[in-house]
Design a binder for this molecule. Structure first.
Ligand SMILES: Cc1cc2nc3c(=O)[nH]c(=O)nc-3n(C[C@H](O)[C@H](O)[C@H](O)COP(=O)(O)O)c2cc1C
Length: 238
């Protein structure tokens, strides 16, 4: 249960979104929280438990921690490399790949291609910095550009789910800006007209944080995150 000082978050979640691709395409955006070291496990379990194709998109901050994740959980790191090398179900995209692909008009625009490719976007972990950017519409990297260009069902294009899993120090989590920004995001993307549209905040958990403090703000467990995706795709009983 959240304490009175904890952000209480609205959500526009609708269950049972019908993905356009089979298997579903999941864009896993990894931003600069220390919890990014859990992302190889998240990516592998999305492939195995949601039978999904996964593109891992690293922000500049996310990459700092991604590079350390091998030492944190070698088993999932090796499983991930196996998927990357032996199947086409997982690929890794780095923050500066966008500019390597684009040289002239007519070249692919990575953030738009990723938006179109994905049936669902999961930002896990969502750093305080990226949260602030998303709430205010800033889009200075590929992760924030994909979200800024995301389909929420507010035009002629059908909406697609966006799941955000914040992870940060307790003081950051309890800062008034955090709630304001999450409410802003849920509020202006909560269009009632399209049942496929929706944002879900996968709330953080209380535990001993990487900095040694005990409090709320740790990334939700991988089980909870996978469960949220499976619920979204109506895979609960499969
Ligand atoms: C060791 C270390 C741990 C950090 N952990 C977090 C964290 O858990 N959550 C968070 O929001 N920011 C954390 N930060 C700060 C972010 O990494 C920083 O704001 C970064 O610019 C965010 O990058 P982004 O553009 O990917 O959001 C941490 C920084 C360091 C150096």
């Amino acid at each position: 249960m959240s304490s009175p000082t904890e952000p209480k978050i609205a959500s526009s979640l609708q269950e049972g979104y019908q993905h356009q691709h089979t298997p579903p395409n999941i864009l896993l955006a990894v931003t600069g929280s220390v919890a990014a070291i859990k992302c190889p496990e998240i990516a592998v379990r999305l492939v195995k438990e949601c039978k999904a194709n996964v593109k891992v998109l690293l922000s500049q901050g996310g990459k700092n921690f991604w590079d350390k994740s091998k030492g944190y959980n070698e088993e999932y790191w090796d499983l991930l490399l196996e998927e990357v090398n032996n199947s086409e179900s997982v690929s890794i995209i780095h923050a500066d790949d966008e500019w390597k692909e684009w040289n002239q008009l007519g070249d692919p625009v990575l953030h738009i291609d990723l938006r179109d490719w994905a049936d669902l976007m999961l930002v896990a972990p969502l750093s305080a910095h990226t949260l602030a950017k998303l709430a205010h519409g800033f889009c200075d990297d590929t992760v924030s550009c994909v979200v800024r260009a995301w389909d929420f069902g507010h035009g002629i294009r059908p909406g697609k789910p966006l799941l955000l899993a914040p992870a940060m120090n307790t003081a950051m989590w309890q800062h008034p800006l955090t709630l304001q920004q999450l409410d802003t995001i849920c509020g202006f993307w909560n269009f009632q007209g399209d049942s496929r549209n929706g944002i879900q905040i996968v709330e953080p958990q209380e535990k001993k944080l990487a900095c040694g403090e005990i409090g709320n703000g740790a990334l939700a467990s991988v089980d909870v995150i996978i469960d949220a995706v499976r619920t979204r795709f109506n895979m609960k009983d499969i």
